[in-house]
Structure formats: structure tokens, C-alpha cells
Design a protein around this ligand. Structure first.
Ligand code: NAG
Ligand code: NAG
Ligand code: NAG
Ligand code: NAG
Ligand code: NAG
Ligand code: NAG
Ligand code: NAG
Ligand code: NAG
Ligand code: NAG
Ligand code: NAG
Ligand code: NAG
Ligand code: NAG
Length: 644
């Protein structure tokens, strides 16, 4: 983003300006969570994404759906690689390992295996913490390297003595510390040993760069820093579709995502590959701790994705108990059975949890009837009885089927015009229950002359968020901010796109293995601006014009400290403002931050490996006129925040 600071003195007031008077009190409460994150572990945004593990297919996890594979491991020297169920498994969760054998008795010299990472490995002069388990009768040394896949350059190399045993898996730990950065991410991780002493089996071969805040088994620092930039208040996890499981009935089962990595079997995810579940329940909570976010936990509600297959009341009962066990694991003290399990994993102090969502989009797949008649209430009653302070959120995605005393989760993927036309939706809903805007995004272009058209799901979606979309999302968000008494918070979705393998576009943040290729979308910058401008309560605004082309909200944090937010859409000329804030007199100072882009169709993208950032940020210092008001003009397709 281009940024500039412009110092402007007093700007003369302009005829036909939008005249606003902002009251100092008497408004609505602020949404408790205002802006947050929704994490959908969609194609390689967990494994190979925010989860910092560098090794792809580290433990040969498989299922009936995705049998264990050797991909993307490659042999070094004259080695033969094969998958084996050894008579002594590493663990019941990780029974399959890779056997590395000399291709023939004549094989001489070094053999081994190499891994290309998740479409590359970023190598910097920093410590990489690694380990692998091995089984065999090898007495020599293992040589471990980070090296170029394109040249013979080796960035780090280390030899460690083998401690292998024939009948017992032994863990080998190491730290690789390259002295220089690699010029690109086209690198591999290798383990080599001398042929001639029989084969060696390897499993759970792992390598981590430094993680965000050094959290063990943690996340990629630069992606976490990008999220932190959004000042998020909550994390909706472990996903929408991700919790549902698919036609093979693999729901997201919390108890198989905890404990040492050797006890996590993994699971076929919803997007066609096996998940490691290294990013598990505790890791999601650590993520919240690291970014100071409220966890918003979704639990499986008895509907498998894509199957029109819903559990009966009797069949669902054990899963309700399982959810109570999960909550006890998170919230129980160490004297409870599951609380003690958590404590045994190094977390003696209970986590905090104020929001639980039952399922995801249960209005789809023919699930609405069973959700309304028993599925939601079974979970609601059980959770509410034990945890009356938890806000329970239904997932019908609309505003209809919701239990007493619960909130609902509303999702909208639509066109820019549609967001703008629905600016006042929340002004007019009944105040019977609260609403989480758990997923929203502009996903297609406007359709000419059809301002209320919805998404055509048969047509292509946008590859990258566009600026008109970011403006329309901002207007939608401003509408939500105005109604903090009913809106809990809002999260753009999906959050992440792995440019090497993705299922859904557009997304908020795109990335590759190369941290220099992280693209913060146009929508990202608009959310960053709005989410970082916090206030305690909205305040009423009187105006001599209606909404459009400008849409606004104002809030106050403490006397005299106002935050005014506006976005401009479909203007026929620049839009002059003349704003008076109650209690602010002539000469009061304000800071106006304005985001614009070359035009509504522009996007932040990656072109030939280089990030292209079109969003322009202009910061102007303003002074109230002799009449006590702030005067400025905004262009078409601007989003702006004025603080006093
Ligand atoms: C705003 O106030 C100015 C000065 O009084 C006036 O000329 C202008 O017409 C007003 N704008 C609108 C939209 O009424
Ligand atoms: C390992 O055992 C599982 C379960 O019996 C089987 O499905 C799989 O094919 C075996 N894998 C190998 C490599 O033998
Ligand atoms: C590599 O293995 C092949 C197949 O077993 C064998 O024919 C060849 O001689 C071996 N080469 C070396 C260098 O060991
Ligand atoms: C590494 O280079 C090879 C050969 O040019 C290419 O096929 C591959 O896509 C590159 N991988 C990455 C991660 O850049
Ligand atoms: C997890 O819980 C389910 C019951 O919901 C149980 O069937 C399964 O065995 C448990 N897995 C582990 C690893 O304890
Ligand atoms: C659920 O847990 C309760 C309390 O422990 C128990 O009485 C009940 O039998 C369990 N139900 C099922 C279906 O497991
Ligand atoms: C924006 O302008 C276009 C073109 O005039 C019009 O079709 C559309 O309805 C307008 N959208 C809104 C939300 O006002
Ligand atoms: C709170 O918001 C609603 C919807 O916009 C509005 O009707 C109501 O007047 C607001 N309350 C206050 C005190 O401003
Ligand atoms: C939706 O998109 C498809 C694919 O481009 C197209 O064939 C179809 O006509 C569109 N439907 C509508 C209602 O525009
Ligand atoms: C999702 O990831 C899997 C496994 O890496 C890959 O085979 C598939 O093509 C990906 N899907 C899309 C749409 O990118
Ligand atoms: C604003 O909120 C903060 C944090 O909750 C609180 O400390 C402060 O007293 C509030 N100020 C007003 C004016 O309500
Ligand atoms: C603002 O954008 C809309 C939609 O693209 C366009 O119709 C209008 O002419 C633009 N206004 C200005 C002042 O450029």
C-alpha cells in the first residue's frame, strides 16, 4: 500500500456538502467483537498454510478416503522408498512409515530421502527445529540438510549419530541453522545415511521455522502478523465446512486433534486431502491467545457435508455428550476428568470461551427441518444447562430457526450493489436475538442493470477481491457497526488462499511458501482501517441528506474522542462533508485517513511472483473551522475514518 501524510490547514466549507451533526451520547452499544477472523481450513490454509510445519506429508497419514502416500518424498542416491506397516508401529495413530532401503546389494554410498516442503521451503538465517523417529539397526550418522533444489548449494548441514533400535522407534532431534538466506524457496529438506547396514524406517519427520511468539507447534510468523494487523477480536474455528466431515463420515473430532503429534491420526478434510491435525484444538486456542482474540468454537451438529445424511435423535445423543466433554476439556478445572487431561498436556489453567456455534450452515443440505426440530435444541439444552453464560449460536445462516436465548450466524456472499442495497438491513431486524456475521465477502462483479442480483453459483467467482467489493463490504460493515445492540461481530471469509492449491476465491490474504509473496487484498486494507478504529458506543448523527452515495457511523470512546467512519459508493462527483461534533469547538484537531484505489475493478494481486498493491492511503490532519466543524471531500470509492 502506498502511504502518505498530507498536512492540510483549514479547508473552506463547500456548498451542497453533506452536513452532519454528531451527538456526544445517546447511541447504541458497540458490537462486542466488532471485527474478527473466520478460519476455514480450506485447501492448504492450515497444513501448508498458517500451521508452520515445513514438511509435507510428515507422517504418511491416510484413511479409506485418501490412502497413505509417498508423495512428495523423493529418493536420494540409489534408494528405494516404500510405505510399510511395521510390526512395531510408531503409535496406533501413526502406523504407516517410510522405509528407505538400498535399491540393490550393489548400492554403495549415501542413500536417503528428500522433501520439497509445501511448494517450497523458505530458508533464512534462523534456527529450524526438527525431529524424526527412526526404526532400524543403523550404527552410523544421519546427515540432515536444507539445500537448493535447483543448484548444489547447501544452506545448512548437520550430522547426528543414529540411535536406532531394531524393535523400538527412537526420536532424533536437531536444530539446523543456515548462515545465509536462500535466494528463492525452491529448496528441499534431506536426511541421508550410509547404505550397507540394512534399511531404516522413518516417521513423523518434522521441521519448524521460528513460530509466531515462539509458540510450540505454532503458526507462521508473517501470516500471524498480517492477521494481527487487522486487530481481530475473535476467531471462528475450526471452520465452517471443516467441522462437518464428508460422505465418509469424517467429522472434525476434537479428541483426535490433541496431545503429542504421535497420537493424532489425522483425518480426510473436506477438500480432498488428508489433514495432519497438527493444527488441533489446543493450537486454535493458542492462536487466540497469541492474537488476543475471543475463541468462537464451532461444534459438529450431526450433519455430514454433501450427504443429505443427518443423524437421528438417538444417534446424535453421544455426540452431545462428546461436546460436553470437549467443553470440560477446555473449561473444566484440573480436578475434572477432561480438565485433568488438558492439564496433563501442559495447560493447567482452563481456557476461556464465551461463544459456541452449533454446526455450520445447517439450513443447507436439507438439514433445516432436523436442525429446528431436535438437533439444535439437543446441543443448546445440554450446553446451556452446564454453561449458562456461554452465548450459543445457531448456524442456520438466515434469521429464522433459532432457539430461545441463542444467537444466529448469518452468512452472505454477494455482489457489491447487493451489499450496498442492504446497508440498512440490521436497522430493521427485530431485536429478539443477536446476530454473528460469521462469513461475508463480495465474490462476483455487479451485473449491469440488476442491482439486486445475487451470486450466480454456476459462473466464475472473482480471483482476487476488487476495490468496489471492499467498499461495498465496508458499507455493509458500517451498517453492522450502527447496530451493535444486535450484531455480535463480523468476519470476512475465507481468510486464506494458498496460491499453490486453492479451492475458493476470492480470499482475504493469499500466500505461498515465500513470505515476500503474501498478498493483503483490497478487502484486507478496508477491514484494517475500520477494525483499528474502535470506540465504546455509537452516537446518533443528524443529517440533511439520506444515505448514498455516502454511508456513515460515528462512535465515541471518551468525551471529545470521536470516531467517524464513512464509505462512498456510486458517487456522481466528489462528496464534500461538513461535520460538527457536539462539544468540539473551533480549532479542534482531527485526523482523516482515506483509502482509495485507481478504480472499482482494481485488485491487489501477485504478478510473476511480485505483489501488486493498488490501495492508496492518505492521512490528513484537519482542524475544525470557526463554526466548529470539520470539512473535507471524498472521492468515489473511498473508505475513510476521521478521529478527533
Ligand atoms: C449544508 O449546509 C450548507 C451551508 O449551510 C448548505 O449550503 C448546503 O445546502 C447544505 N447541504 C445540504 C445537502 O443540505
Ligand atoms: C497398512 O495397514 C492398513 C490397515 O490394515 C492398510 O489399509 C494399508 O494398506 C497398509 N499399508 C501398507 C503400506 O501396507
Ligand atoms: C542402483 O540400483 C539399480 C537397480 O537395483 C542397479 O541396477 C544399479 O547398479 C544401482 N546403482 C548404483 C550406483 O548402486
Ligand atoms: C522448483 O524448480 C522446478 C524446476 O524449475 C520447478 O518445476 C518447480 O515448480 C519449482 N518449485 C518451486 C516451489 O518453486
Ligand atoms: C474420540 O471420541 C470418540 C467418541 O466421540 C471415540 O469414539 C474415539 O475413540 C475417541 N478417540 C480417541 C483417540 O480417544
Ligand atoms: C451422556 O452422558 C450422561 C452423563 O454422563 C449419561 O448418563 C448418558 O448415558 C450419556 N448418553 C450417551 C448417549 O452416551
Ligand atoms: C450503482 O450504480 C449503478 C449504475 O448506475 C446502478 O445500476 C446501481 O443500482 C447502483 N447501485 C447502488 C447500490 O446504488
Ligand atoms: C440503535 O440502532 C437502531 C437501529 O439502527 C436504532 O433504531 C436505534 O434508534 C438506535 N438506538 C439509539 C439509542 O441510537
Ligand atoms: C450463470 O452463469 C452461467 C455460466 O456462466 C450462465 O450460463 C448462466 O446463464 C448464468 N445464469 C444467469 C441467471 O445469469
Ligand atoms: C486441494 O488440494 C489437493 C491436495 O493437495 C489437490 O489435489 C486439489 O487439486 C486441491 N484442490 C484445488 C481445487 O486446488
Ligand atoms: C470505554 O471502554 C473502555 C474499555 O472498556 C473503558 O475503560 C472506558 O471507561 C470506556 N469509556 C467510556 C466513556 O465509556
Ligand atoms: C463512481 O463509480 C460509479 C460506478 O462505477 C460510476 O457510475 C460513477 O460515475 C463514479 N463517479 C465518479 C465521480 O467518477
Amino acid at each position: 500500500m502506498l502511504s502518505s501524510l498530507v498536512l492540510l490547514p483549514f479547508v473552506a466549507s463547500i456548498a451542497s456538502a453533506i452536513n452532519l451533526t454528531v451527538a456526544s451520547s445517546g447511541g447504541n452499544v458497540t458490537s462486542p467483537l466488532l471485527y474478527g477472523l473466520m478460519f476455514e481450513d480450506i485447501n492448504h490454509s492450515g497444513d501448508g498454510g498458517i500451521y508452520a510445519e515445513l514438511i509435507q506429508n510428515r507422517a504418511f497419514q491416510g484413511s479409506t478416503e485418501h490412502p497413505s502416500t509417498l508423495e512428495p518424498w523423493a529418493a536420494i542416491g540409489n534408494a528405494t522408498l516404500s510405505l510399510q506397516n511395521t510390526s512395531v508401529p510408531l503409535s496406533s495413530a501413526l502406523p504407516v512409515s517410510i522405509n528407505v532401503a538400498a535399491a540393490s546389494e550393489k548400492t554403495k554410498g549415501t542413500i536417503g530421502l528428500s522433501n520439497p516442503g509445501w511448494w517450497g521451503i523458505d530458508i533464512q538465517p534462523q534456527p529450524y527445529t526438527g525431529s524424526f523417529f527412526a526404526l532400524g539397526s543403523y550404527k552410523g550418522k544421519f546427515t540432515i540438510k536444507l539445500k537448493s533444489a535447483l543448484t548444489s548449494q547447501v544452506f545448512a548441514s548437520l550430522s547426528i549419530p543414529s540411535s536406532t533400535q531394531a524393535d523400538k522407534w527412537v526420536e532424533h532431534k536437531f536444530v539446523l541453522e543456515p548462515k545465509i538466506a536462500a535466494p528463492n524457496v525452491n529448496n528441499t529438506f534431506t536426511i541421508e545415511f550410509e547404505s550397507g547396514q540394512g534399511s531404516v524406517n522413518f516417521n513423523l519427520i518434522s521441521l519448524f521455522p521460528p513460530t509466531y511468539k515462539g509458540t510450540p507447534n505454532g503458526n507462521r510468523p508473517e501470516l500471524m502478523a498480517a492477521l494481527k494487523g487487522l486487530n481481530p477480536s475473535f476467531l471462528r474455528m475450526p471452520g465452517g465446512n471443516n467441522i462437518e466431515g464428508d460422505s465418509y463420515h469424517y467429522r472434525w473430532a476434537w479428541n483426535e486433534t490433541i496431545g503429542p503429534l504421535t497420537s493424532r491420526p489425522g483425518r480426510p478434510g473436506t477438500w480432498g486431502y488428508e489433514n495432519t491435525d497438527g493444527l488441533g484444538l489446543i493450537e486454535y486456542f493458542n492462536w487466540c491467545t497469541d492474537l488476543e482474540m475471543e475463541p468462537l468454537l464451532a461444534v459438529w451438529s450431526g450433519m455430514y457435508l454433501g450427504t443429505k445424511d443427518v443423524l437421528s435423535e438417538a444417534a446424535l445423543a453421544p455426540y452431545v455428550n462428546d461436546t460436553l466433554n470437549e467443553l470440560e476439556f477446555l473449561l473444566g478445572d484440573a480436578s475434572t476428568p477432561y480438565g485433568s487431561l488438558r492439564a496433563s498436556l501442559g495447560y493447567p489453567k482452563p481456557f476461556e470461551l464465551k461463544y459456541v456455534e452449533i454446526g455450520n450452515e445447517d439450513n443447507l443440505e436439507g438439514g433445516a427441518g432436523s436442525y429446528a426440530s431436535y438437533r439444535f435444541s439437543m446441543f443448546f439444552n445440554a450446553i446451556h444447562a452446564k454453561y449458562p453464560d456461554i452465548t450459543i449460536i445457531s448456524s442456520t445462516g438466515d434469521l429464522t430457526a433459532v432457539g430461545d436465548g441463542s444467537a444466529t450466524d448469518y452468512h452472505v456472499y454477494t455482489l457489491p450493489d447487493h451489499f450496498v442495497a442492504n446497508f440498512d438491513l440490521w436497522d430493521n431486524v427485530p431485536r429478539t436475538h443477536k446476530v454473528l456475521l460469521g462469513e461475508y465477502a463480495n465474490v462476483q462483479y455487479n451485473i449491469k442493470d440488476q442491482p439486486l442480483a445475487g451470486v450466480n453459483w454456476s459462473a466464475a467467482k472473482l480471483e482476487w477481491p476488487i476495490w468496489a467489493g471492499a467498499i461495498s463490504e465496508s458499507i455493509w460493515s458500517i451498517g453492522a457497526e450502527r447496530n451493535g445492540d444486535v450484531i455480535i461481530g463480523q468476519s470476512y471469509a475465507p481468510g486464506f488462499m494458498n496460491r499453490n492449491s486453492y479451492e475458493w476465491s476470492p480470499d482475504l490474504i493469499s500466500f505461498t511458501a515465500d513470505p515476500a509473496q503474501t498478498v493483503l487484498s483490497t478487502s484486507y486494507y478496508a477491514i484494517e482501517l475500520l477494525s483499528n478504529a474502535r470506540y465504546n458506543a455509537t452516537v446518533p448523527i443528524t443529517s440533511d441528506t439520506g444515505f448514498g452515495p455516502a454511508y456513515w457511523v460515528a462512535g465515541v470512546s471518551e468525551p471529545g474522542k470521536y470516531t467517524f467512519k464513512t464509505a462512498i459508493y456510486n458517487a456522481t462527483s466528489t462528496v464534500p462533508f461538513n461535520i460538527a461534533f457536539e462539544g468540539l469547538s473551533a480549532g479542534s484537531k482531527g485526523t482523516l485517513t482515506v483509502l482509495t484505489a485507481p478504480d472499482g475493478l482494481s485488485s491487489n494481486t501477485l504478478v510473476d511472483g511480485t505483489v501488486v498493491d493498488v490501495v492508496q492511503k492518505k492521512v490528513t490532519e484537519l482542524k475544525a473551522s470557526s463554526a466548529g466543524s470539520f470539512t473535507f471531500e471524498l472521492e468515489n470509492y473511498s473508505v475513510a475514518v476521521l478521529t478527533t
